[in-house]
Design a protein around this ligand. Structure first.
Ligand code: NAD
Ligand code: MG
Length: 364
């Protein structure tokens, strides 16, 4: 349980990443936010550990023992990819407040995570900007009043590229996101719209709504972070400049909504609020994610695993941009998809989907 006046002990997982660094900026601004654990995948943490006087520090490996030892009030899971799944399940099971940036864990482990969350009874605070927006629009409103959610997507750097333009885009071009500055994996996911596909599944589990009640719309300026439509014809939108410090701060200081350095919208300056439907032909991974979500079982896990393999291969220049989605589609077609009952089984489903995707990468 989070109490507003206490010191909040935070385990920051993925401290060296884009979200991790911005989270430390928020922590620096509040003396009652205390870092009690720091982790990274491979980057050294010595400097951060010294600066925050943190004893529980880990580079790589399973973080469960570290989480047990540091007794956090809040876990900020800012790890990238399936590697974050253990920490997500740990926090949900124990009812420790989970500030979740690591969407892949909720996508891959959705059913297990939901069951753990129900048993643990703690808070799950989304850090993903769209989900933080929806969470804030929904707060305290009975579920029967909700008509549907609308997740906004920037459309990424290739929104106006034709299919033939997309054939030759480079890694550098794919990494140049128009509105958000983020880690490489999510930036590529934004260029393919796989990110919005992951977010669709993330929203399904976070807000427990069926997929047909979750829409996606392309909104290039990323000013509207998402909307909730209600049954009376009203819709609430969350608007502001695209800056992850807002949702990170909201989660870390919930329910207080402390001040951040981010200004509110200047409505005297020109503001473009345009919306268009996503194009399924150029960006097929969004529809594929929806299909994986609707099929349920471990299909979302397989989608995520194959996408992680494909994105890593693209970043390594082993495949072209337009080879990402066929690779995911093929792996998903061959995936078993059956439900799992625990984390070891999920880890196996993830590994099996990775093998399917990697087989397609191997030279013939
Ligand atoms: P990043 O690549 O910048 O940072 C990832 C962090 O995870 C690093 O600290 C890295 O050391 C750590 N890490 C990587 N592999 C690991 C492993 N195997 N085990 C443990 N730690 C590992 O990524 P990011 O952009 O900060 O994104 C982190 C998560 O937040 C992702 O799930 C992403 O989808 C989500 N997210 C990010 C943003 C953003 O603006 N960056 C916005 C919304 C959601
Ligand atoms: Mg997002």
């Amino acid at each position: 349980m989070l109490v507003a006046t206490d010191v909040r002990r935070i385990a920051l997982l993925g401290a060296t990443g884009s979200i991790g660094r911005q989270a430390l900026e928020i922590v620096d601004a509040h003396s009652d936010l205390e870092i009690v654990a720091l982790t990274s995948g491979s980057q050294p943490l010595d400097d951060l550990a010294a600066r925050y006087r943190v004893e529980h520090v880990q580079v790589g490996g399973d973080v469960i023992q570290l989480l047990e030892a540091c007794e956090p009030d809040l876990v900020l899971n800012a790890v990238v990819g399936f590697a974050g799944v253990g920490a997500t399940l740990w926090a949900l099971e124990r009812g420790v407040t989970l500030a979740l940036a690591n969407k892949e864990s909720l996508v891959a482990a959705g059913d297990l995570a939901l069951a753990a969350w129900k048993r643990g009874g703690g808070l799950l605070l989304p850090v993903d900007s769209e989900h933080s927006a929806v969470f804030q629009c929904l707060e305290g409103r009975p579920s029967e009043t909700i008509d549907s959610l609308v997740l906004t997507a920037s459309g990424g750097p290739f929104r106006n590229h034709s299919l033939s333009d997309l054939e030759s885009v480079s890694v550098g071009e794919a990494l140049a996101h128009p509105t958000w500055s983020m880690g490489p994996k999510i930036t590529i996911d934004s260029a393919t719209l796989a990110n919005k596909g992951l977010e669709l599944i993330e929203a399904h589990y976070l807000f427990e709504l069926p997929y047909e009640k979750i829409d996606v719309v392309v909104h290039p300026t990323s000013i509207v972070h998402s909307l909730v439509r209600f049954r009376d014809g009203a819709a609430l939108a969350h608007v502001g400049y695209p800056d992850m410090r807002v949702p990170i701060s909201y989660a870390l200081t919930y329910p207080e909504r402390r001040a951040t350095p981010v200004p509110t919208l200047d409505l005297t300056a020109p503001l473009l609020l345009e919306f268009e439907p996503p194009d399924p032909e150029r960006f097929p991974l969004l529809a594929l994610a929806r299909e994986a979500g609707e099929r349920g079982g471990t299909y979302p896990c397989a989608f995520n695993a194959a996408n992680e393999v494909a994105v890593a291969a693209f970043l390594d220049q082993r495949i072209a941009f337009l080879e990402i989605s066929p690779l995911v589609e093929d792996a998903l077609a061959d995936a078993d998809g059956g439900a799992v009952s625990d984390l070891p089984e999920l880890v196996e489903a993830d590994a099996a989907a990775r093998r399917l995707a990697e087989r397609r990468l191997a030279p013939a």
